[in-house]
Design a protein around this ligand. Structure first.
Ligand code: ACO
Length: 376
């Protein structure tokens, strides 16, 4: 669309949803939305799924995979912040129990950010701020999820080592099996970074004003919660859960497509080809579903996906990561309303990396607008 701003010399242009607009340079990730590739700090995502969340979060935040000593210290730093401030946990009791778990967890993180004695002090080592946010977030999110079932928080002190395992232990109140822990960790790794998507840009806009990293993450959380973005994995699973068998999945898809209904878990702003994260998660979803005797759910998912992709694939609409994460989180025992939370726990790593990359030289973000109103 093209328009002219009265009083300005040139013609200003913009794309719908800022499409095609480049917001800056980054060395963090590159997305090929035509061939379906995601490079994180130069590493293909396919290689990173073999690694732990600690290794990959270090890579995303600090630019390189850690050697053994740095990995030990980064893991210890994450563990150091696994007990969030008590008033943040207590805030759970003050928020209506009907609130969405993402809102509960966001509220708790807001309280934690107020209490942190040295949140953004210059003396903080560069990695303490992201470590604190990642680890507090995981413990607070676990407490928010347990709160849905009226269960008390599980202290991190009794949890096994490892960020993914710790979150699962604090959420489920039991030790996850190695398959569960691995599947969950892979889900974190594939969702750890994804360029300047809407939530990352929200975080970047906030940090560009000189605000603190916690505020930037909170802004990202707000943007992620929408049903077109990170909220879609809950809707995608709820849709699937209503489909008892393959035939009803095919019928549902055909009817929804005939009504031009937007089907959650399909389509992407960047990928106009299969989302590579789906294929990386699918074997883990299948393994967890099979272990719980729920493999039929995967068949239903495949039937729905085949039907939708046959119709919409030629238009560049394929299953996205939100279509499949529920098939990992449900057999783990998470309620569907909690599904956006692990996505948030993972991708806030990328938001913080973009903020830290932007900070040294970035200007305050303030795009213009094409004026289309009257001139009186
Ligand atoms: N189901 C059916 N049709 C769709 C879908 C879908 N999931 N997504 C897009 N379309 C159709 C639209 O109806 C529209 O059709 P039209 O041209 O006949 O009007 C056309 O495709 C283009 O739609 P846009 O919204 O312009 O496509 P865009 O690429 O901008 O949208 C988005 C991307 C917002 C993700 C969209 O595909 C969507 O709403 N998907 C469902 C929600 C979802 O799964 N979100 C998660 C995305 S992944 C993530 O953020 C982590």
């Amino acid at each position: 669309m093209i328009g002219a701003t009265p009083g300005s010399a040139g013609v200003q242009t913009y794309g719908r949803g800022l499409e095609g607009l480049v917001a800056g340079e980054t060395a963090i990730s590159a997305i090929d939305g035509v061939r379906g590739h995601l490079l994180v700090r130069g590493h293909p995502l396919e290689q990173l799924v073999q690694r732990s969340f600690e290794e990959v979060s270090h890579l995303v935040l600090f630019g390189a995979l850690p050697d053994a000593d740095r990995l030990r210290r980064w893991s210890a730093e994450l563990e150091r912040f696994s007990e969030p401030p008590a008033p943040a946990l207590a805030a759970l009791q003050r928020v209506p129990g009907t609130a969405h778990p993402l809102a509960l967890y966001r509220t708790m993180l807001t309280v934690a950010a107020c209490i942190a004695p040295s949140v953004e002090q210059e003396s903080d080592p560069a990695w303490s701020r992201p470590a604190r946010i990642l680890s507090w977030s995981a413990s607070l999110a676990a407490a928010a999820i347990r709160h849905l079932a009226g269960q008390a928080p599980v202290p991190a002190a009794s949890a096994p080592p490892g960020h993914a395992q710790r979150f699962l232990f604090q959420t489920l109140g039991r030790l996850p099996s190695p398959e569960e822990a691995r599947a969950f960790e892979v889900s974190l790794v594939v969702q750890v970074e994804h360029g300047l998507h809407a939530a990352a840009l929200a975080a970047l806009t906030v940090i560009s004003t000189g605000a603190d990293l916690g505020s930037a993450v909170l802004a990202g959380m707000g943007a992620l919660s929408g049903i077109r973005h990170g909220g879609a994995n809950q809707l995608a699973f709820e849709m699937l859960a209503h489909l008892p068998d393959v035939d009803s999945a095919r019928r549902f898809a055909r009817e929804a497509l005939a009504r031009h209904q937007r089907i959650p878990g399909f389509g992407h702003r960047v990928y106009k080809c299969p989302d590579p994260r789906v294929a990386l998660l699918e074997p883990h979803a299948v393994a967890l579903l099979r272990a719980r005797g729920l493999e039929q759910r995967h068949e239903v998912y495949r039937a729905l996906r085949d039907e939708v992709e046959r119709a919409l694939g030629p238009r560049g609409i394929f299953a996205n990561v939100d279509s499949i994460t529920g098939l990992v989180y449900h057999p783990l025992g998470l309620p569907p309303s909690a599904f956006p939370i692990p996505f948030c726990l993972a991708i806030q790593t990328g938001w913080m990396a973009h903020c830290l990359e932007y900070l040294p030289h970035g200007a305050m973000i303030e795009p213009g607008a094409v004026y289309v109103g009257p001139v009186n």
